[in-house]
Design a protein. Structure first.
Lengths: 95, 570
């Protein structure tokens, strides 16, 4: 039990952990910003305007809320996983 | 026996045989195997299991039908039930995996160092899961009765026996590997008809391309307008914008906060695998969620074109019309006595009455292969897919009920000295009991099953999501704040839903409350969630900070290193 409760001991421990967490928060902020823009701004709030633009035969906002946003979500999660892999190594907190 | 029935029996028996075999092969001997599959599930497999866990009878059977009625506004389900995975992957899953215990109440209880918080969380988890599971067992019964001519009751009992078998002997390990098989069955069953119909209607077998390049959408918009409905793609035709936004947020946060989804991320070997498996899960889910809205368009077009302005005598000859009319889910009436069926929407101006008097949403998916005259094999596949969707979700939910009662309440609170053998035995007994309770509600459903689903998401959004999020990201959040926040969120949301749904739940003549600032019962969890956040933040800052060892715990879950070595064996 005790071993799980302690911060992992790493080279320059504390500082690296703080920097790692800051980088993580910034990445989360960027990705959730995209998540919010696609779902709520482009999909809903601007639906009146974006629906006048067509993607092929389909109004744009309709396509975003029923197709495009879901595809974006999948990409966002994989981007997060890949970038975090790099951060884990760079800040030396990997498993 | 018809060709469809022979195929259905063969596929159902074959798939059930596979599930039972996998359940037997994955039998477990300790609590770690029983609750978190020994933390040895690879990311990809956990993604498939999560997808099956997540996609319920409602996703498979009802969602495309709901969307076909809502048009643009169907986005609430599409965005709500997928966008939550982004929250889960970025904000919750990796840290909960690092925490490395068995259940969601485990995290709440340990992080907020409080038996009260643990108990509230365990009770909420049981309530959310039981309401949800009743609908799944009902779904099993409906599929059996429609496709195999059994009574709903017998269908539910058969489903109970199957679930009990692999859940009791295999626990989370058995459930996980069965769910991987169930995902394969359900996704094949869903995609084959969509691809076949896409090729038939548009000449393009890839529905996502056909949507953009063919005239499907303009054609449906035109039919809708001619018959007096709103354009299919018109935003906010059925619900106001504020309500659409609130419902979407409630479903997203609810998805991220549902215990049976969260607990799947405890089963992977490390933090890295938790991140990737969230991506795989959403990729697998999106195969269905990118196809369902297109199926909705196909189905609506097909249905309107094959029924409107057709002689009623001819319609009654169609075999799918006959079988669905018998179930009472489809009905029409020749109001003007001209022998022709006219379908009209609320905005029709030609004075002709709508003669399609009943069209249940659940028909849309299950009847589509028949309406499109696909082969009996494909129709049978739909039945097997619907069963896979219902059984996989039911088993995940039952495990949460079992772990909340047997682990969080019995072991952590009542009898912390219980031996490993005893804990495993209690877990098995409770999961068996939960199957029986779920089956009872499947056979005798409370009259408001659809309404209680709003409960499950609203309560998860208003309780677990904010508390877990703050537990990781706000070191200052303490037990007083969390308890106050959870109670305010839960009570507000529950009272609002009860008042807005009072007609169905209490039998009042009018709802005690129509809406809250324009937000309906389905979206009210969003307000409950905001209240929970605000109350937790404020109360935490007005009371003493959490003890040093809790602050250390928070620092430790933020860093991946050490997750592999961690374990719950104290």
């Amino acid at each position: 039990m005790a071993s799980t409760r302690k911060v992992a001991v790493v080279e320059g421990g504390e500082e690296m952990a703080v920097a790692y967490w800051k980088a993580n928060i910034r990445l989360i902020g960027i990705l959730l910003g995209i998540w919010f823009f696609v779902s709520f701004i482009a999909g809903y709030l601007m639906a009146g305007i974006f629906n006048n633009i067509s993607l092929g035969q389909v109004p744009l906002s309709f396509w975003i809320v029923q197709q495009g946003a879901i595809m974006t979500f999948v990409v966002l999660i994989f981007v997060y996983a890949v970038v975090m892999d790099r951060y884990d190594q760079r800040f030396n907190v990997h498993e | 026996m018809s060709a469809v029935e022979i195929w259905t029996w063969s596929l159902v028996l074959l798939t059930f045989g596979i599930y039972i075999y996998i359940g037997y092969a994955s039998r477990v001997g300790d609590t770690k195997g029983f609750y978190v599959a020994g933390q040895g599930v690879p990311a990809l497999a956990n993604g498939a299991a999560t997808a099956a866990d997540w996609m319920s009878a409602a996703s498979f059977i009802s969602m495309a039908g709901l969307i076909s009625v809502l048009g643009f506004d169907g986005a609430i389900y599409l965005l709500g039930w997928t966008g939550g995975y982004v929250l889960l992957a970025l904000l919750l899953a990796p840290y909960l995996r690092k925490f490395a215990k068995y259940t969601v109440p485990d995290f709440v209880g340990d992080r907020y160092y409080s038996s009260t918080a643990r108990t509230i969380a365990a009770v909420a988890a049981v309530f959310i899961s039981i309401t949800y599971v009743a609908g799944q067992m009902r779904g099993v019964g409906v599929v059996f009765s429609r496709f195999l001519g059994m009574s709903i009751e017998v269908g539910v009992v058969v489903g109970m026996i199957i679930v009990a078998f692999f859940a009791v002997i295999g626990g989370m390990k058995g459930i996980t590997w069965t769910q991987v098989a169930q995902y394969s069955v359900l996704i094949i069953a869903f995609l084959i008809p969509v691809i076949a119909i896409s090729a038939q209607l548009t000449g393009n077998p890839i529905p996502q391309l056909a949507l953009i390049t063919s005239d499907l959408v303009p054609r449906l918009n035109q039919i809708q307008v001619e018959l007096g409905f709103n354009e299919y793609t018109q935003p906010f035709a059925n619900r106001s914008m504020i309500d659409v936004i609130a419902i979407t947020i409630a479903l997203m946060a609810g998805t991220a906060g549902l215990p049976h989804v969260i607990v799947r991320f405890y089963t992977v070997p490390n933090v890295r695998a938790a991140r990737y498996s969230a991506g795989w899960a959403l990729l697998f889910i999106s195969l269905l969620y990118l196809s369902a809205p297109i199926l909705a368009i196909f189905a609506r077009t097909n249905l309107l074109e094959s029924l409107n302005n057709k002689p009623i005598a001819e319609i009654q000859e169609l075999s799918w019309v006959q079988s669905w009319s018998r179930t009472g889910l489809l009905a029409f009436e020749d109001k003007n006595g001209d022998g022709i069926l006219q379908i009209r929407g609320p905005k029709a101006t030609d004075g002709i009455a709508n003669e399609l008097t009943k069209l249940d949403n659940d028909i849309i998916v299950l009847s589509t292969p028949e309406v499109a005259q696909l082969a009996p094999f494909i129709i049978a596949l739909m039945a097997a897919g619907g069963l896979a969707a219902a059984l996989s979700t039911a088993s995940g939910l039952l495990l949460v009920v079992s772990s909340s009662l047997a682990h969080d309440l019995y072991y952590r609170l009542i009898n912390p000295r219980a031996t490993e053998e005893r804990r495993l035995l209690v877990g098995r007994i409770v999961i068996f009991g939960a199957v029986v309770v779920a089956g009872y509600f499947g056979i005798n459903p409370p009259g408001f099953v659809a309404e209680v689903v709003a409960f499950a998401f609203g309560l998860a959004a208003a309780s677990f999501f904010p508390i877990i999020l703050l537990g990781i990201f706000d070191k200052r959040a303490n037990s007083q704040g969390a308890i106050a926040g959870m109670l305010v969120g839960l009570i507000f949301t529950a009272v609002m839903i009860l008042m807005m749904q009072s007609v169905r739940i209490f039998g009042t003549a009018e709802p005690l409350m129509g809406n809250f600032l324009g937000i309906s019962a389905q979206g009210i969890g969003t307000i409950g969630m905001i209240l929970n956040f605000v109350v937790t933040l404020i109360v935490s800052r007005m009371t003493a900070p959490p003890p040093a060892e809790i602050q250390e715990l928070v620092e430790s879950v933020r860093i991946p290193r050490g997750a592999g070595a961690a374990s719950a064996h104290d």
